[in-house]
Design a protein around this ligand. Structure first.
Ligand code: SAM
Length: 414
């Protein structure tokens, strides 16, 4: 790639302002390079490679231990976990333009990798063959078990009928067509109690009885790995009974798990100058993250009112010694679920996006190319990477053999 192509490539992933900032020039200069009006100086090539390109190419020339697809990919938390086990991602689907931007800034895929948008618009035959299907499908406010009426009317039933119009249906039709060796699905713990348990039992019925997989589930709390209480249900299925068991799952003791001190900015001058949420020689957290008097008063009044009614709702005030509540995708609104105490003389502050990244188990090389609001939503929607990595570690040895095998013939399903 020459420098002009590098500039074009970068501008597909970042705004002109972000590129200008990273290269230490003004936005007009970047625009002139983009329109070929002026020639970029020689240092620009190296600076783009160092500062703006993904850190390493994901399109490795090494043969992969197994291949996988990343559905409802968000910012690629599941992908990081499965790449850690030697897997290669051959297809991604994510429709949110901002999540796509973060994903593209962190994974440098070759031309043979398809980055699709809306999965409901992708025909299952167009999805490449793969060994593992990954999907953190959103738990919509749907009831997918409302089939009794249709049954009574003598209509055909089966997963197409039971789950049509839901995003689980899209997962099921891809599994039915591609017959991957295994899958990992992730969802909120409440999936198990949604619609009195009927939603999960329909999902398991489809996976086991219609698609013929050996399926098992487990609720795992992120606080084994990170200082955050975050319970998620993990559904693992194998096409043939490969002997998968949760017994070998390596969950570090909660008692000795890291506390918030491990993710909060040390504010001692040791962190990078380029992080805009820090300021001054000590790299203190910018005052922008401290709650205004008005918002802090509102949150305290709200909590007091609910306490009177005997409800536990309210803000969550934490210190370096604590474990946080679940980071939600709404954290950008008031940050009330995790407020960091700054002593009695100062209002508490929100976490910075980098602290949220750490709270989800992303390391500091992970790029955050979007606004704070978008970043909070993306991390709040994500998986705790080491949780998925621990499951990937259990699955990987059972998959390696599959990398050389072709998927079994497509089964005819309802
Ligand atoms: C719960 S999040 C999954 C996050 C992901 N596991 C991660 O680690 O970042 C669900 C994602 O599905 C995406 N999504 C929802 N509907 C979609 C659709 N029809 N096609 C593609 N992506 C979709 C959302 O934009 C969201 O990013």
């Amino acid at each position: 790639m020459n420098t002009y192509s590098l500039i074009d490539y970068t501008l597909e992933r970042y705004t002109t302002r972000e590129v200008a900032m990273a290269l230490g020039v003004d936005a007009r200069t970047v625009r002139r390079w983009q329109t070929r009006e002026t020639e970029p100086p020689p240092y620009v090539d190296d600076a783009i490679r160092q500062r703006l390109l993904p850190l390493a190419s994901n399109a490795s020339s090494e043969p992969a231990a197994f291949t996988f697809i990343d559905l409802f990919a968000g910012i690629g938390g599941m992908r990081l976990a499965f790449e850690g086990q030697g897997g290669r991602c051959v297809f991604t689907s994510e429709w949110d333009p901002y999540a796509r931007k973060t994903y593209a800034a962190n994974f440098n895929d070759g031309p043979d990798h398809v980055f699709a948008g809306d999965i409901t618009a992708v025909h299952e035959k167009d999805v490449p063959d793969h060994d593992v299907l990954l999907a953190g499908f959103p738990c919509q406010p749907f009831s997918i078990a409302g089939v009794s009426k249709k049954n009574a009317l003598g209509r055909p039933h089966g997963f197409a009928d039971k789950t049509q119009g839901t995003l689980f249906f899209d997962v099921a039709r891809i599994i039915a067509e591609k017959r991957p060796k295994a899958f990992l699905l992730e969802n909120v713990k409440n999936l198990a109690s949604h619609d009195k348990g009927r939603t999960l039992s329909t999902i398991l019925d489809v996976l086991r009885n219609e698609l013929g997989y050996t399926v098992t589930t487990k609720v795992i709390n992120g606080k084994h790995f990170v200082p955050q209480h975050r319970e998620r249900i993990i559904i693992v299925g194998f096409r043939e009974d490969a002997g998968f068991s949760w017994e070998g799952l390596d969950l570090p003791e909660i008692e000795t798990a890291p506390k918030l001190a491990s993710i909060l900015h040390p504010q001692d001058g040791s962190e990078p100058e380029s992080w805009t949420f820090l300021e001054g020689a000590k790299r203190k957290v910018s005052a922008n993250y401290t709650l205004s008097d008005k918002l802090w008063a509102y949150l305290q009044n709200y909590a007091a009112k609910h306490r009177e009614k005997g409800n536990g709702f309210g803000f969550g005030l934490v210190t370096a010694k604590d474990t946080a509540r679940t980071l939600s995708a709404r954290y950008y609104k008031d940050g009330s679920e995790i407020l960091v105490s700054q002593g009695t003389k100062k209002n508490p502050r929100r976490l910075t996006p980098r602290e949220c990244a750490r709270l989800m188990g992303f390391d500091d090389t992970f790029r955050i190319p979007v606004s704070d609001t978008r970043a909070y939503k993306q991390f709040g929607n994500s998986v705790v990477v080491p949780v998925i990595a621990s499951v990937a570690k259990l699955m990987a040895p059972l998959l390696e053999e599959a990398a050389t095998k072709k998927p079994a013939k497509t089964r005819k399903v309802a």
